[in-house]
Design a protein around this ligand. Structure first.
Ligand code: GLA
Length: 367
């Protein structure tokens, strides 16, 4: 049935967390783990979706009937992309699509964005839409926000669509300007470990939306459109104007996190890759104490990795479970991983899944 094969990766975010819906800065890179779609066009208006990773067999949908608020489950992501493409006026009809993924699901590594982006890229080619990467990211985000109903920002979809190997992607989520920042871990003798705590996270369960609403309340109280508009130099004055301690914490996180992205870029551009470690760890403390999206297991990864000699560590992604990243000198990587595993075992917690990752390629056609 194949007219082609496409791949889109998951991501980790190096720094810039919970900033993308505040018009702020993010800096993700693509993982080597991908979702692969083998797809063929069909001209009867039917969408036949099959995933090697999901139970429940094949899903059949009629593209003309797609509308937000539909069934639920993994097929909402690709179906939402078809809906978003058609809603934007692109002449997309039916397709047979078979998916296979190595992106861990529910681990905060953007398996949903990979599924969305690979679908959009395949359909763009199959229906000769010629969509640019940023346009694909925007349409996929719309699928997730409107069709699936998860109020996310645009980081994950942009990472999957636009990242390049060997680089982290500095994205300004206000004007969507992008810069590829070289991030060659091996050249600096460094390793980045991804630690999946196996604690399932879910954005649609409300906490993400509450943080987002809290940020909007903070911006309103400060008389700005979005928290991006609060400069780092004006943070103390802004905090003094906020009564609600929870909102104060949210504002402090977003403003300091945007500043941390700039600090990380400055270090990387100066060739001081090790120096980003403490900035990552500061970011974790801010997400834990001010933004309150960490959890016991994520904190344990960070604390045990640092005690074992890591240069820096933080949760990555939305939080409430999912994954953490750990920056370490390569010779120490084994001992750091071991220490994390032992601390989990000592507390009878499910063993985390640990792998090392370097910035990989964004979405592409394979054949
Ligand atoms: C999730 C969302 C992103 C972003 C992060 C937090 O991954 O999908 O848009 O908000 O959380 O930085």
């Amino acid at each position: 049935m194949s007219d082609g094969v496409w791949a889109a990766p998951g991501r980790v975010n190096l720094i810039g967390e919970h900033t993308d819906y505040n018009d702020g800065f993010v800096m993700p890179f693509a993982l080597p783990h991908t979702t692969i779609a083998t797809a063929a066009r069909r001209d009867d208006g039917l969408l036949r979706l099959h995933s090697a990773n999901a139970a429940g067999g094949t899903v059949h949908l009629r593209v003309a009937d797609l509308a937000p608020g539909s069934p639920g489950g993994w097929s909402d992501y690709p179906a939402g992309v078809v809906w978003a493409l058609r809603d934007a006026g692109h002449p997309v009809g039916g397709a047979d699509i078979h998916y296979e993924s190595t992106v861990p699901a529910g681990a905060g590594l953007s398996s949903s964005a990979a599924l969305e982006v690979v679908t959009a890229l395949a359909l763009s080619d199959l229906y000769e839409l010629g969509l640019e990467r940023q346009c694909i990211a925007r349409l996929c985000r719309r699928a997730e926000n409107v069709y699936v109903g998860a109020p996310t920002g645009i980081m994950d979809q942009t990472a999957s669509a636009c990242c390049t190997a060997g680089h982290a992607l500095h994205l300004d989520t206000r004007d969507l300007a992008q810069r590829q920042i070289p991030f060659d871990l091996a050249a600096h003798g460094l390793s980045l470990l991804v630690v999946d705590t196996r604690v399932q996270h879910s954005h649609s369960e409300g906490e993400y939306g509450k943080r987002r609403a809290g940020c909007e309340a903070g911006a309103a109280a400060l008389g700005v459109d979005v928290l991006r508009d609060v400069p780092y130099a004006a943070l103390d004055a802004a905090l003094a104007r906020l009564d609600d301690p929870e909102v104060r914490g949210l504002v402090r996180h977003v403003v300091t996190e945007n500043h941390r992205v700039e600090r990380v870029i400055a270090h990387l551009e100066a060739g001081e890759a090790e120096a980003i470690g403490p900035v990552l760890t500061e970011g974790h403390a801010s997400l834990r104490d001010d933004f309150r999206v960490s959890c016991r297991e994520l904190d344990l990864v960070v604390d045990s990795a640092l005690t074992a000699g890591a240069l820096g560590a933080r949760m990555t992604g939305g939080g409430f479970g999912g994954s953490a990243i750990v920056l370490t000198r390569t010779p120490a990587a084994g001992a750091v991983s071991q220490a994390v595993l032992e601390e989990f075992e000592a507390r009878s917690l499910t063993a985390p899944r640990i792998f090392s990752a370097a910035p990989a390629a964004g979405a592409k056609r394979l054949s």
